[in-house]
Design a protein around this ligand. Structure first.
Ligand code: AMP
Length: 285
């Protein structure tokens, strides 16, 4: 596996592959890799000739009071894990490499952001869209892999590619979980032991929505109220939101029908965790 830090080195390696007609799969990450990231890389490995993973903690997508400085980082461990997942090229640029000066142009996302994390993380998805677009160009990716764990991000990226006719196929990958159901996340290391014990209740509350919907209880207000109570009682965290929306549009719905997302965000002392499930509800149209 090759490790490069500059855009020039990345482009050189990409040009050689492209000249030979090879396909490129890109896996954008912020590092501190876990099985979720590795699953993305493994899927990219199966579907492309060359796999590029980027590790970049993107300052543009962090708000002033968020955890940019203390976001966990471990480049050496990451490099070993990336190699084990079949990554060919690991791109680990410094902030100055990606943004040598204040960018003259950045992207603004107009849809799918007025809900869920978009409400509390102002500008977050603009930062994501901007960095992802830069990476698509640098890596000349044929396919790019994103986790359904960040379902709003995935919806925004589909919107980006559709709106700007970006020639990249977006591949959404199922959420990888711990055995107790907690979604794997780089931020889980910040959970206190007591918090970690209770955190699987997030997924359980989301699953209880699924069970209720399958039993025919599709009124979203009732479902949300019940799930909120459960989250408040069982997670030991502050509940930022629990929502049921259409997916991928992320619009409010009174009844859960068609493809819907049930999503929650909770705040522990040092970590804000998100999780979701996407359901296809058949029945009344
Ligand atoms: P991050 O490093 O948190 O920005 O995540 C990089 C990519 O990995 C994003 O596309 C995430 O959605 C994806 N990802 C993070 N956690 C998981 C997980 N538990 N399962 C599947 N994909 C994940």
């Amino acid at each position: 596996m090759k490790i490069v830090q500059t855009i020039n080195e990345l482009k050189k390696a990409v040009h050689i592959e492209k000249k030979n007609g090879k396909t490129i799969g890109l896996v954008p990450t912020m590092g501190f890799l876990h099985e979720g990231h590795l699953t993305l890389a493994e899927q990219a490995r199966k579907e492309n000739d060359m796999v590029i993973m980027s590790i970049f903690v993107n300052p543009l997508q962090f708000g002033p009071n968020e955890d940019f400085e203390r976001y966990p980082r471990d480049p050496e461990r990451d490099a070993k894990l990336a190699e084990s997942a079949g990554v060919d090229l690991l791109f680990m640029p410094a902030v100055k490499e990606m943004y040598p000066e204040e960018p003259a142009v950045t992207l603004t996302v107009h849809k799918r952001t007025n809900a869920l994390c978009g409400l509390s993380r102002e500008g977050h998805f603009d930062g994501v869209a901007t960095v992802v677009m830069k990476l698509f160009h640098m890596a000349e990716a044929n396919r790019a892999y994103f986790g359904k764990k960040d379902a709003q991000q995935l919806a925004v990226i589909h919107g980006l590619v559709d709106s700007l006719n970006v020639p990249v196929k977006i591949v959404g990958v199922e959420t990888v979980r711990e055995t107790d159901g907690l979604a794997k996340s780089s931020r889980n290391v910040y959970l206190l032991p007591e918090e970690r014990k209770k955190a699987p209740a997030i997924y359980k509350a989301l699953q209880s929505i699924k069970t209720a919907v399958e039993a025919g209880n599709t009124n979203t207000e009732t479902l949300k109220q019940q799930a909120r109570l459960r989250l408040e009682n069982e997670t030991g965290a502050n509940v930022e939101y629990v929502e049921i929306l259409s997916y991928p549009e992320l619009e409010p719905i009174k009844e859960a029908h068609g493809t819907v997302i049930a999503a929650a965000a909770v705040k522990y002392k040092h970590a804000r965790l998100i999780d979701n499930i996407i359901l296809t509800v058949k029945g009344r149209v």
